[in-house]
Design a protein around this ligand. Structure first.
Ligand code: GN1
Ligand code: MG
Length: 366
């Protein structure tokens, strides 16, 4: 990426001032993200500029429509409480034609938003207060959207958390084995096969009407929460590309999968992998404490399963991508999807042994 390209993008979005510097933001497995600094009236103004992956998001304009509708709704809700929404919801940039995106001459899809002042994000944290605040942040997000009309939302990735379809596709690809890689993931594939019933538990409860659909975030990694730099209070939730109808347990579960593990999601040293029950509890306290009144008894009772289900789903997704020849997730090195598969498999096994404990902890907060 050159600064000229980013400057061109910023100019399309009518960013004022002088281009100062940029850096690539490494977290995120799908889109390319840059922090760009402009200088205006002698003051540094940071912006986030993203090139959206249109292999993953086939219809990025509709994704932007979703984001506009959702952020508008949240902005209204916050204003109703009498506070300024400025630091609590993302503000997307518009081109001079009033669009929230821009296609460059190579047909690449760009968008941008204002960086929230005096804020930080965490890829991981051992601070239980950060975990609790992350729970509050995602809980609040869901609460704001409780009365949002889901019928206006385009399904940005169809069947995104349909675990059954994820499994079916994986087993199909594994039997076809186009890259001759199935031999590397035999153990992990066997695990999924023998744990199909537990893995599809939430999916089945949704199908038979035991659990309701809500408007959910669907990608609740803790680095998708913005924190105040000074107080570590959670401010806004970012990465709204996959806001769609979903199960509350998915949002709970994916945050646990990512944030309550004692290590990163792709740690090659499996001995580091551990579901940390203290982090689990801190997140639960924040999340369930914020939204418990709006959930059904069944949702609360089955919430803990979301952690296991999201983890096996990621095993399936990383493994599918490995078997298909690495077409979906960004890689940092050739075996990355294999390492991710193994790390998430180890986490799922650890969670399986802790299901009772997880269930007990959640029940303490409702
Ligand atoms: C992708 O790009 P990022 O990090 O926000 C993926 C998530 C996965 C995650 C695993 C659209 O999210 O579903 O859980 O990687 N996003 C998409 O790290 O597939
Ligand atoms: Mg994402």
């Amino acid at each position: 990426m050159t600064h000229l390209k980013l400057k061109e993008v910023c100019e399309k979005f009518a960013v004022e001032g002088e281009f100062h510097s940029f850096e690539q933001i490494k977290s995120g497995n799908i889109n390319q993200t840059y922090l760009v600094n402009y200088i205006r009236d002698g003051i540094k103004k940071p912006y986030i500029i993203q090139q959206v992956n249109t292999y993953v998001f086939k219809n990025p304009e509709q994704v932007m429509n979703n984001i506009a509708a959702v952020t508008e709704h949240i902005r209204k809700k916050i204003k109703e409480t009498g506070i300024s929404a400025k630091r609590y919801v993302l503000h997307y940039l518009h081109t001079t034609e009033g669009k929230s995106y821009w296609y460059d001459s190579e047909n690449k899809f760009w968008r941008g938003y204002r960086f929230i002042d005096e804020s930080v994000t965490y890829d991981a944290s051992d601070d239980l207060n950060v975990m609790e605040q992350a729970g509050i942040g995602f809980g609040r997000f869901q609460k704001y959207l409780a009365d949002f009309d889901a019928s206006v939302l385009y399904e940005s990735i169809p069947d995104f958390h349909n675990t059954e379809k994820r499994f079916d596709r994986l087993f199909r690809v594994a039997s076809e084995d186009p890259m001759n890689r199935a031999k590397d993931v035999k153990k992990e594939l066997d695990y999924l096969e023998s744990h199909r019933e537990l893995s599809l538990s939430l999916c089945n409860m949704l199908k038979n009407g035991e659990l309701p659909l809500r408007v959910t975030h669907n990608d609740t990694k803790i680095n998708n929460v913005i924190f105040d730099k000074a107080t570590n209070q959670s401010l806004a939730v970012i990465d709204l590309d996959t806001v769609m109808p979903g199960l509350c347990a998915y949002d709970f579960g994916d945050a646990i999968r990512f944030g309550a593990n004692d290590t990163i999601e792709d740690d090659p040293d499996l001995s580091n992998i551990n579901l940390n029950l203290e982090k689990f509890e801190a997140y639960t306290k924040g999340f369930i404490g914020t939204i418990r009144d709006s959930l059904t008894k069944k949702e609360l009772e089955t919430m803990y399963l979301g952690a296991y289900v999201m983890t096996v789903e990621l095993v399936a997704r990383f493994m599918t991508d490995y078997l298909e020849g690495d077409v979906y997730f960004k890689l940092n090195y050739p075996e990355h999807n294999l390492i991710r598969t193994r790390a998430q498999d180890a986490l799922a096994r650890d969670m399986e042994n802790k299901l009772d404990k997880m269930s007990n902890i959640v029940s303490r907060y409702y």
